[in-house]
Design a protein around this ligand. Structure first.
Ligand SMILES: Nc1ncnc2c1ncn2[C@@H]1O[C@H](COP(=O)(O)OP(=O)(O)OP(=O)(O)O)[C@@H](O)[C@H]1O
Length: 347
């Protein structure tokens, strides 16, 4: 559906080259809600602007529905772009035009007749819950309402892809929720593939099924949201996950652990079935070990339970190793963490 193959993008400013993208490989399947997350300057906006050819790659290829956009002439590109809607952080509405006319813009450009335009705009305004605002100006709307107008306009030409550039970053948490739910409906009801760029992991957690983490122009980790949240590998990914899943011990437990500097702790991640089975109980019963549970937490992602626990195991080395092997056999991801390292990371 959307595929980037070894894409590089270099900007030149005042004679200085800025490598915004450094070899991006990415595949978004039809029906995905694909999130791209990264800190400021990671290259997210550049990446999404390549998908609708607002920018051209310096090197590499961008495919949409199997077609290499680089091979298109201007006319073919204009046709291809109709298939891609986009919404923006600051909505990009025309302040001098009423809501109705803002939504109608793509249809006017497509030279649809007045009646067709009217019918489609009213239908879209109803879909986004703004039927009563057709005659209002953008300045009379709240941020959430403005983004709904942006969404209606993006959907006007019946695209199969919707690109969202920090679409909820200017909104409060409650409004963000309602916009995210609307995007989810668009994906489910119209079968539109959604690509979202954001710096907020909560957005990814809320609606995405896949995620790519970007840093300094590269994708450092990507996969299903469940996998990436359950087993983040890269330090930056771990930091993003920490913003939505509490996975650290209370400070009093941390303090008491400082007394046992160097003692070994284990961080466990349970996904799906392994989160609902009494695996820890079975482990304690089966081996000659003592287990101290320092922290435990459950989160729901993609309608699947994700559990995190931090435990300390005391016992004979071979018994401890057998117990850990038992956990791994039951699908639990086990990570060894030194207490002093762990304390340091959670400062
Ligand atoms: N038109 C441009 N001209 C020159 N440099 C650019 C241009 N667009 C982006 N860059 C540079 O490319 C790098 C990546 O920028 P980009 O906007 O893609 O990152 P981002 O992850 O979207 O960041 P933010 O969240 O702050 O928007 C930055 O160093 C930025 O300064």
């Amino acid at each position: 559906m959307i595929e980037l193959k070894n894409v590089y993008k270099t900007f030149t400013r005042k004679g200085i080259a800025i490598d915004a993208l450094k070899g991006i490989d990415l595949k978004v399947e039809k029906g995905d809600i694909f999130g791209v997350i990264g800190y400021s300057g990671a290259g997210k906006s550049t990446l999404i602007r390549l998908v609708n050819y607002l920018e051209r790659p310096t090197e590499g290829q961008v495919f949409v529905d199997g077609h290499d956009l680089g091979t298109y002439n201007d006319k073919e590109l204009r046709t291809a772009k109709k298939n891609i809607g986009m919404i923006f952080q600051h909505f990009n509405l025309l302040e001098s035009k009423k809501v109705f006319d803002n939504v109608a813009i793509p249809l006017v450009l497509l030279k649809k007749n007045k009646q067709e335009i009217r019918q489609r705009v009213l239908e879209l305004l109803e879909f986004v819950g703004l039927s009563d605002k057709a005659g209002s100006y953008p300045s009379e709307l709240s941020g959430g309402q403005k983004q709904r107008v942006g969404i209606a306009r993006a959907l006007a030409s019946n695209p199969s892809i919707l690109l969202c550039d920090e679409a909820t970053s200017a909104l409060d948490p409650q409004t963000t929720q309602s916009i995210l739910q609307l995007l989810k409906r668009i994906n489910a009801e119209y079968n539109i593939t959604v690509m979202i760029i954001t710096h907020e992991m909560s957005v990814i957690q809320e609606i995405c099924n896949k995620v790519a983490v970007m840093e300094e122009g590269r994708i450092i980790e990507q996969g299903s949201v469940l996998d990436v949240f359950g087993h983040p590998k890269h330090e930056t990914t771990k930091n993003f996950v920490k913003t939505v899943i509490q996975n650290s011990m209370t400070s009093s437990v941390q303090k008491s652990l400082k007394a046992e500097r160097g003692s070994l702790l284990y961080k466990l991640n349970f996904v799906g079935e392994s989160a609902s089975e009494p695996i820890l109980y079975e482990m304690i019963r089966s081996f000659e070990i003592k287990v101290n549970i320092l922290f435990a937490n459950m989160t729901e992602i993609q309608e699947t339970t994700l559990g995190t626990a931090i435990i300390q195991i005391h016992g004979d080395r071979s018994q401890v190793e057998n117990a850990l092997a038992f956990l791994k056999r039951h699908g639990v991801n086990v990570e060894e963490v030194e207490s002093n390292v762990f304390n340091h990371n959670n400062k």
